[in-house]
Design a binder for this molecule. Structure first.
Ligand SMILES: *Cc1c(COP(=O)(O)O)cnc(C)c1O
Length: 412
């Protein structure tokens, strides 16, 4: 079928996405990333100052002056690009330095850098598991883990979200050589933490390995920000951590697998996104080294984040919003209906608050929400203003103190 004939099919698909209220329009940011940003929406509208509640900029490091300075230094000292994958001629001294520093920070034996955590998760499973092995994964793990698992031949057992009885049944029943349990450390859509203490206990009991994707935790979860394994006191029990530099750790780009030594070795031999994709740019490596230094020298940023998060959760709860429970800086406010979440987000925008709606296919149908994320780059006064806006818009849409059933009934 030529494009002229196919075009109608694509146009129809797009029209049906719009009709269901599921079309995602991008807001255009015309400033640095930060607690307050300049936004244009729609794209041709004038710029507007907005309080930003939807970046993964948990520690406020995306535009931090020390980090920018380090990136500039990287450019000056090691150039712009590597024009090579790591194993041909793309490994500089600083790449190894960052790998060592990450291993140290996370308490792991060795680390392998990737262009993204999406790539790290794409490399992991195929490199270390084969058809005789089995993976046990939480139903709600990140899309990149799901894709990574699809690329490997191991059996795949999916346990219900955070249901450790279900995990135990599946571990008990499986017939295989190696077992690997995989979970997100913090789940990005619900903001809940995996029970890593319990998962590690089951892993010991059933002779399994544990892998955690800590993209929404590295840098700020745990007393010194090492991640969910620190939070649950199992730093020596987790075998594999994958994480990103694209969120709390400066927010540019890059990811890694930090793991037992042989696992990292194998990934460097076999991981396809490692072997066939370019090395991380030196400026990003320099800036990431600086980020780890900043976080290792003080917990001030993660402590501030924890405090602001408490303020935000309590404020919304007291106002009568329906929150997903948890204790991470991911604070989802439930609206259930995609259209309501979209309209609410649009009204917040008019009040100077930037918080986008999430709906199918990013979350299940009927589970639409606005996901707010707190950042150490925000100040309490900004959160107070944001709260006022939420309450104003909440009254308009009659959602304060209102239960799920009542909201869904309005749309049926
Ligand atoms: C964001 C995220 C990723 C992808 O990270 P990138 O470095 O942006 O590719 C992977 N896993 C989880 C759990 C994430 O939240």
């Amino acid at each position: 079928m030529s494009y002229n004939s196919s075009r109608q099919i694509y146009a129809d698909t797009l029209a049906s996405i719009r009709k269901d209220g599921l079309y995602k329009d991008e807001r255009i940011i015309c400033s640095h990333q930060g607690g307050e940003v300049k936004v244009r929406f729609p794209a041709e509208a004038p710029e507007k100052n907005m309080i930003n509640l939807c970046a993964n900029n948990y520690l406020g490091l995306s535009s931090h002056s020390d980090i920018l300075k380090a990136a500039h230094e990287g450019l000056d000292k090691r150039g712009y690009g590597m024009s090579s994958v790591r194993f041909i001629c793309g490994t500089q001294d600083i790449h190894r330095e960052l790998e060592n520093k990450m291993s140290n920070f996370l308490g792991m034996e060795d680390t392998c850098l990737f262009a993204s955590c999406f790539d790290a998760n794409g490399a992991l499973f195929e490199a270390i598991l084969s058809a005789e092995d089995a993976i046990f994964s939480d139903r709600l793990v990140h899309a990149s883990l799901i894709d990574g698992m699809r690329l490997c031949k191991a059996q795949r057992h999916i346990f219900e979200h955070q249901d450790l009885n279900d995990l135990e049944q599946k571990l008990k029943a499986a017939k295989c050589r190696m077992k690997l349990i995989i979970t997100d450390g913090v789940f990005s859509m619900d903001g809940d933490m995996a029970r890593l203490d319990e998962i590690c206990r089951l892993a010991e009991k059933y002779d399994a390995m544990v892998a955690v994707d800590d993209s929404h935790a590295t840098g700020f979860i745990g007393k010194t920000g090492r991640g969910t394994h620190e939070h649950f006191g199992v730093m020596n029990k987790v075998d594999i951590i994958t994480t990103t530099f694209g969120k709390a750790l400066g927010g540019a780009t890059g990811g890694c697998v930090s793991a037992r030594k042989e696992i990292v070795d194998l990934i460097k031999q076999r991981g396809r996104p490692y072997l066939f994709s370019n090395a991380l740019m030196p400026a990003v490596v320099y800036a990431s080294l600086k980020v780890i230094d900043v976080l290792s020298s003080s917990t001030a940023r993660r402590d501030k984040l924890e405090e602001l998060t408490k303020f935000w959760r309590n404020g919304l709860t007291d106002a009568g919003f329906d929150l997903k429970q948890g204790n991470t800086p991911i604070v989802p406010i439930m609206f259930y209906e995609a259209k309501l979440a979209q309209e609410f987000s649009r009204d917040l925008y008019n009040e100077g608050v930037f918080a986008v709606g999430f709906f199918y296919p990013v979350v299940p149908k009927g589970e639409a929400r606005i996901r707010t994320q707190i950042s150490a780059g925000l100040e309490k006064a900004q959160l107070e203003r944001a709260l006022e806006a939420f309450v104003k818009v909440g009254k308009k849409h009659r959602v304060l103190g209102v239960k799920k059933e009542e909201i869904t009934a309005r749309y049926s």
